[in-house]
Ligand binder design. Structure first.
Ligand SMILES: O=P(O)(O)OC[C@H]1O[C@](O)(CO)[C@@H](O)[C@@H]1O
Length: 530
C-alpha cells in the first residue's frame, strides 16, 4: 500500500537533513505552510520535492478532497454507525445550509448556540461560583483542555472537570465547592456512560446530604434528551446535539458549555471562528499550501513510510498541557483501527501512538530518549511567538530559545569529534574515547514546528480544527473509519460483568487465573482504608 514511500525511503537512505538546508537556501520556506497567521515548518524532516509530490499524489489517489467534500456536505461517511460527520457544522457561524437526509441542520445548531449563550450570560452574572463538568473522554478532554488553554480569558465562575469513576476525582473536587453556589453540568452524548452517570448520581447525593435542593443545579449536554429528563433534568436545562457529532469532535457545540461559561460567549465565538477559518483553508487551499494536508502527510511519511511507531506532541506553551491527552483521544480513538472500511485487515500499521508533555518540562524527563535512544520519535513542537505575561517576557524568551534549540539539536546531533573536544581536558586515551561516546548525539531526527502569534481563542480554534483535519486525512489515506470506536466496547462489557464479582454478589467464576487472583487480593484487602 505504501510502496512509493518505501522506495522514497530507500532513495533517501542515510542522508542528513542538514544537508538539505546547505543545498537549498530556500528550504525553510519551501517546506513550510504559512496560513491563517500561523506557520507550520516541516523543513527539519527528510521531505524533499519528489517525496512531497509522491505524498500529495497518494492523498489525491485516496480521494482526500472528495471525501472532505462528502464529510462537509453531510454524507454518512461514518459507515459502521450509519452517521454523517458534521462537527464542522457547529462552527459554521454564517449558517449556510448543511443537509442531513435532506434537512438543513443549521437552524437548530444556531438556536442551540443562542440558548447556550443566554444561559452562559445568566450564570456568569449569578451567585454560581463553581461549575463542575461531569463527563469523560470527548465529553471532558476538549473543554478541560481548552479552559486551561484560555486561562487568561477566564472571567466566569471557577470550572472543574470530573471524569474518573475513581471516587477520588469527585471527592477532591466537591471538597472545594459550596453546595449552594455550585452548578453541575452532566456532559454525556449517550447519557449512559457508567463513569459519568455514577459521578452525576454522587453529585446529586452530595447536594441532598447538604440539604440543598437539586432544582436548577443540573444542566445536561446530550444527544439523549429523554434520558437526561429521566435523570431529573428538565428539558429547558438540556442542550441536545445530533448523532452526527462524534464525542471527540464535540467541544464546538453544547459539550463546550463549561468553556463558554468560563471565557464568555464572545471568546467562545472567537474559538468557533478560528475552527471555521481552518475548515475553509482545508477545503480550499492547494495541496502544498494546505496546512492540515501537509501535517497529515508528514505523519503518514513518518509512521507508514519510515515505521516510526509513535509521535510526540510538545507544546512550548504550558497552558496546552492537556493538549497531548486531548490529541491522544482525537488521534488514537479515531485512527487506532486494524481493519479498513470494507472490513479487511489493514495491510499497513494504523495510526501512531501519540504522547507528549509541555516543554520545557519534558526536556527534564524524557528528551534523553528522544535524543539518544535507539528509537526515533518524530517530534511536533508548538510555540507561541508571544506569551500573555508581558511583565515576564524574559521567561518567554527562554521558552522560545529552548524550543528552537531542541529541534536544532535533534537535527544536527553531535558527532564523536565534537564530543571528544568537550571532554578532552578531563580525560585521556581509552577513557576519553569511552566518555566521548556517551556524549554523541546521532541527530538526523525529524521534527516539525507549529508557530502562532499568541494562544488566544481564535488561534486555539484553528489549532484544534487543524488536528481534526489531520486525523481525517490520515484516516482517508489508511482507508479506515476515523469516526467509530468499537475498540472501547470489550472492556466496558467485561467491566459490567465483573461488577458483581467485585462486590461479592456473585462468585468468581469463568475467570482466568490472573484475574481471579487479583479479585481475591481485592477481597482480602478491601477494608484497608479503615
Ligand atoms: O459522551 P459519552 O456518551 O458519555 O461518551 C464518552 C466517551 O466514551 C466513548 O464513547 C468511548 O470511550 C468516547 O468516544 C466518548 O467520548
Amino acid at each position: 500500500m505504501f510502496d512509493d514511500l518505501k522506495k522514497q525511503a530507500a532513495r533517501i537512505g542515510e542522508r542528513r537533513i542538514e544537508t538539505l538546508f546547505q543545498d537549498d537556501a530556500q528550504r525553510a520556506s519551501t517546506f513550510s505552510v504559512d496560513a491563517l497567521g500561523m506557520l507550520f515548518d516541516y523543513s527539519k524532516t527528510q521531505i524533499d520535492a519528489p517525496l512531497r509530490d509522491d505524498l500529495i499524489a497518494m492523498a489525491q489517489r485516496a480521494g482526500v478532497a472528495e471525501r472532505a467534500k462528502a464529510m462537509f456536505s453531510g454524507e454518512k461517511i461514518n459507515e459502521t454507525e450509519g452517521r454523517a460527520v458534521l462537527h464542522t457544522a457547529l462552527r459554521n457561524l454564517d449558517g449556510d445550509a448543511v443537509l442531513v437526509d435532506g434537512a438543513d441542520v443549521m437552524p437548530e445548531v444556531l438556536e442551540t448556540l443562542d440558548r447556550m449563550e443566554t444561559l452562559a450570560k445568566e450564570l456568569r452574572g449569578s451567585a454560581i461560583k463553581d461549575v463542575v463538568n461531569i463527563g469523560i473522554g470527548g465529553s471532558d478532554l476538549g473543554p478541560a483542555m481548552a479552559t486551561l488553554a484560555l486561562a487568561p480569558y477566564h472571567d466566569g465562575p471557577r470550572c472543574h472537570f470530573v471524569s474518573n469513576v475513581d471516587g477520588a476525582d469527585i471527592a477532591d473536587t466537591l471538597r472545594k465547592c459550596d453546595p449552594e453556589t455550585t452548578l453541575f453540568i452532566v456532559a454525556s452524548k449517550t447519557f449512559t456512560t457508567i463513569e459519568t452517570m455514577t459521578n452525576a448520581r454522587t453529585a446529586k447525593a452530595w447536594l441532598a446530604a447538604h440539604g440543598t435542593s437539586a432544582d436548577g443545579k443540573f444542566i445536561a449536554l446530550s444527544s439523549a434528551v429523554e434520558k437526561a429528563e429521566a435523570f431529573g433534568i428538565p428539558a429547558d436545562r438540556v442542550f441536545g446535539f445530533e448523532d452526527w457529532v462524534g464525542g471527540r469532535y464535540s467541544m464546538w457545540g453544547p459539550i463546550g458549555l463549561s468553556l463558554m461559561i468560563a471565557v464568555g460567549p464572545q471568546a467562545f465565538r472567537a474559538f468557533l471562528r478560528g475552527g471555521q477559518a481552518m475548515d475553509r483553508h482545508f477545503l480550499n487551499a492547494a495541496p502544498e499550501e494546505n496546512m492540515a494536508l501537509m501535517l497529515a502527510l508528514v505523519g503518514i511519511w513518518h509512521n507508514q513510510g519510515l515505521g516510526y511507531a509513535t509521535r510526540a506532541v510538545l507544546p512550548y506553551d504550558n497552558r496546552l498541557s492537556r493538549l497531548p491527552a486531548y490529541l491522544q483521544q482525537l488521534e488514537m480513538e479515531s485512527n487506532g483501527k486494524g481493519v479498513s472500511m470494507d472490513g479487511a485487515d489493514l495491510t499497513s500499521h494504523s495510526g501512531p501512538v501519540v504522547w507528549g508533555e509541555p516543554g520545557t518540562n519534558g526536556q527534564h524527563a524524557f528528551y534523553q530518549l528522544i535524543h539518544q535512544g535507539t528509537r526515533v520519535v518524530p517530534c511536533e513542537f508548538m510555540l507561541a511567538a508571544a506569551g500573555h505575561e508581558e511583565d515576564l517576557e524574559h521567561h518567554h524568551h527562554l521558552l522560545v530559545a529552548n524550543c528552537l534549540a531542541q529541534s536544532e539539536a535533534l537535527m544536527r546531533g553531535r558527532g564523536l569529534d565534537e564530543a571528544r573536544s568537550k571532554v578532552a581536558d578531563k580525560f585521556k586515551g581509552d577513557e576519553l574515547e569511552r566518555q566521548a561516546r556517551h556524549r554523541v548525539f546521532p541527530g538526523n531526527r525529524p521534527s516539525t514546528t507549529l508557530i502562532y502569534p499568541l494562544l488566544d481563542p481564535e488561534t486555539l480554534g484553528k489549532i484544534i480544527a487543524l488536528y481534526e483535519h489531520r486525523v481525517f486525512v490520515e484516516g482517508v489515506i489508511l482507508n479506515i473509519n476515523s469516526y467509530d470506536q468499537w475498540g472501547v466496547e470489550l472492556g466496558k462489557e467485561l467491566a459490567t460483568a465483573l461488577g458483581p464479582m467485585v462486590t461479592g454478589e456473585q462468585a468468581v467464576e469463568g475467570k482466568d487465573g490472573s484475574t481471579a487472583q487479583l479479585l481475591d487480593y481485592v477481597h482480602r484487602n478491601a477494608g484497608s482504608q479503615a
